[in-house]
Design a protein around this ligand. Structure first.
Ligand code: 7RM
Length: 628
């Protein structure tokens, strides 16, 4: 396949210019490099008010032909997936493009044999084994809509997602290995399925070999595969047919099923993958995310495979058997591009640097970061100890909703700036707005918004287009509103400052919690903080700040200093009524603070915390309750 990357500053500039002058011609030029059964007759139709977005209208394709069949002609024996198991003593697996093609087709026939067809929803609740990637691609092969649910979620969370999309099949495993733990996936699935009437079959991969109970609708994956062959022509899909649903948490308890469609998602993930990481033929690329998140969908599976890359899939965790595991895997597979999250970097940073240094990291060329703002300390540690000051770091800003990376540097091609995601990708029109929704120019701070659609924008929320409109297109009509704030320097570089949808009205004043947190974090003894509102008799709402200190400090002294600091930085109105010193904050597994839970804790509504099983550190809740 043609190289989609701009490799020099001048070709990057040219692309940017072209994209600004004529976005449709720009995207059509990129989309031409893919295999379409029928070319599109119109590049783009959109209205951000309804909102309605359609890319490559009339175009027909199957994304798996672009990720698999196409490469069989040029590089059938090239490794598509390197599977690195949880246990370092187990052998890694190298799956070639031709083997992957065959296994995907066979799994697709297994789904068909069990009644699946185009448009059906199939839930995938599996550990990070090759079969998870194969399951995703098998769904895409037959036009079934996959809905991957992260294998750390509870039965309640799984059931809610299955029921929302009315999935007809569940793909799961007996269990999953994660570090020293074994997750009983089948048991959890069984519990979920007691309340999921739409599920007709549950197909179970044998991974751990543990005992599982067996129900009428259960089938073993390996037995079902035996019954079918690997000849499975791809279903021809419309560019705008849904490819998958992926749930993301909302500000209410009900998760939002973001819907991505075939054509635009394929074009954008491949384009951004090759450009951001500057992937070159022969490179080995590793993204440490789980396929249960958008990062895994776009940058483990679809983007890398669409450009014919070698992508590493890691079953384990960074801390097992020790905190050197990431670097051991980098050395073992001679990884060239390494993509992880700030939360992982901060965890690794706490351990002896010898755990990094004892591994040969000389293959590394590019480092990436995703999921939250990367703080300066973590950035410099990553740069120094992992990159040896020799690898550009791409700080990639994007969302489940955006499908692909929107703001980032291109490794080694455009300048990086610590803690800044830097510039929008060519073809992405990012702006800053003031509170009234006016665009503001130059070096300033405001609300991040995107002015023009890009091909991989989510098309709707499954079953709730009204909510899609309200959440993303109503606050600032005519723009896509991601919910993040940002500041911009004189060169146009963006630094994402945090969520702006967390606004608390205190005595009639609208207070954003992000600026208050930034003020708190500026104190040298504060590692991290989160501010939420709670109901107050007089003020309507008041502020509750949760603060993690970095050392043994006197909590009373610290809280006094913090009140003064906030009053000085923002104003006395922003002084939190309560400042609670805590040892941790409830976080999602991708490192995001769960404010919904903090709001309930601050309000003392302990019985309304909802499902806390999606947390990385559920034990922190007890501590917060006890010392509140
Ligand atoms: C890819 C992903 C989306 C939210 C987003 C931001 C935050 C993500 C960065 C970032 C600062 C970054 N999808 N976020 N990347 N903030 N710098 N490089 O994480 O849907 O799970 O989350 O994550 O707030 O809106 S997501």
């Amino acid at each position: 396949m043609k190289d989609l990357a701009y490799r020099t500053a001048s070709s990057y500039q040219q692309a940017k210019q072209h994209a600004n002058d004529n976005p449709e011609a720009f995207w059509a030029d990129i989309a031409k490099n893919f295999e379409w059964h029928t070319p599109w007759n119109k590049v783009l139709e959109y209205d951000f008010h309804t909102p309605e977005v359609n890319w490559f209208l009339g175009g027909k394709l199957n994304i798996t032909e672009n990720c698999l069949d196409r490469h069989l002609k040029t590089q059938p024996d090239k490794t598509a997936i390197i599977f690195e198991p949880n246990d370092p003593n187990d052998a890694a697996q190298h799956i070639s493009y031709s083997e992957l093609h065959s296994r995907v087709c066979r799994a697709a026939n297994m789904l068909k044999a069990n009644g699946a067809k185009k448009g059906d929803r199939i839930c995938i609740y599996m550990p990070m084994t090759p079969e998870l990637a194969i399951a995703v691609l098998a769904c895409a092969r037959i036009g079934a809509i996959h809905s991957v649910v992260f294998a750390g979620f509870s039965a309640t969370a799984l059931a809610a997602r299955i029921n929302d999309a009315e999935c007809s099949i569940l793909l799961t495993a007996d269990g999953g290995f994660r570090g020293a733990k074994v997750t009983p996936l089948k048991d959890i699935a069984d519990e979920a399925l007691t309340s999921c009437p739409s599920i007709k079959n549950c197909i179970v991969l044998k991974r751990t070999g543990q005992y599982v109970s067996w129900n009428n609708m259960d089938l073993w994956w390996h037995e079902e595969l035996e019954k079918v062959n690997d000849n499975c022509p791809a279903e021809v899909m419309d560019s705008e047919d849904p490819l998958f649903i992926l749930y993301t948490s909302g500000s209410t308890g009900k998760p939002k099923g973001m819907v991505h469609s075939c054509g635009g998602y394929m074009v954008y993930t491949a384009y951004s993958f090759q450009n951001v990481f500057q992937y070159q033929k022969g490179d080995v690329y590793w993204c440490t995310a789980d396929i249960g998140w958008i990062t895994g969908h776009s940058y483990i599976v679809y983007g890398p495979l669409a450009v014919g890359a070698t992508t590493v899939m890691f079953e384990g965790v960074p801390s097992y058997p020790d905190y050197g595991r990431f670097w051991e895997v980098c050395a073992k597979h001679k990884v060239n591009q390494f993509y992880t999250a700030p939360t992982a970097i901060r965890a690794l940073q706490k351990h002896p640097v010898e755990l990094v240094n004892k591994h040969d990291l000389s293959s590394l060329k590019v480092l990436g970061s995703v999921g939250e703002p990367i703080n300066a300390e973590a950035w410099h540690w990553y740069d120094k100890h992992v990159g040896k000051h020799n690898c550009p770091i791409v700080d990639t800003w994007w969302q489940t909703e955006t499908g692909g990376i929107l703001i980032t540097s291109l490794a080694g091609v455009t300048p990086q700036k610590p803690t800044f995601a830097t510039l929008p990708m060519p073809g992405v029109q990012a702006v800053l707005l003031d509170n009234e929704g006016n665009e503001i120019e130059g070096e300033t701070e405001g609300i991040l918004a995107i002015k023009h659609p890009w091909p991989s924008i989510a098309r709707t929320i499954w079953g709730d287009h009204e909510r899609y409109k309200n959440v993303y297109f109503s606050a600032y009509p005519g723009y896509y509103f991601p919910g993040d704030g940002a500041l911009r320097d004189a060169e146009g570089n963006f630094r994402i400052t945090g969520r702006v949808d967390d606004v608390v009205i205190v005595s009639g004043h609208n207070l954003g919690t992000a600026p208050i947190e930034n003020a708190l974090n500026a104190h040298k003894a504060v590692v991290e903080s989160a501010v939420v509102g709670f109901p107050h008799d007089v003020k309507g709402n008041a502020l509750h700040a949760f603060v993690i200190p970095n050392s043994e400090v006197d909590p009373n002294e610290l809280t006094d200093e913090l009140r003064v600091l906030v009053a000085k930085t923002i104003g006395p109105i922003a002084k939190p009524d309560r400042i609670q010193v805590v040892s941790g904050l409830p976080k999602t597994r991708s490192g995001k603070i769960m404010r919904r839970i903090l709001r309930k804790l601050a309000a003392g509504e302990y019985d309304q915390l909802g499902d806390v099983s999606t947390l990385l550190n559920p034990e922190i809740i007890q501590e917060i309750k006890q010392n509140s």
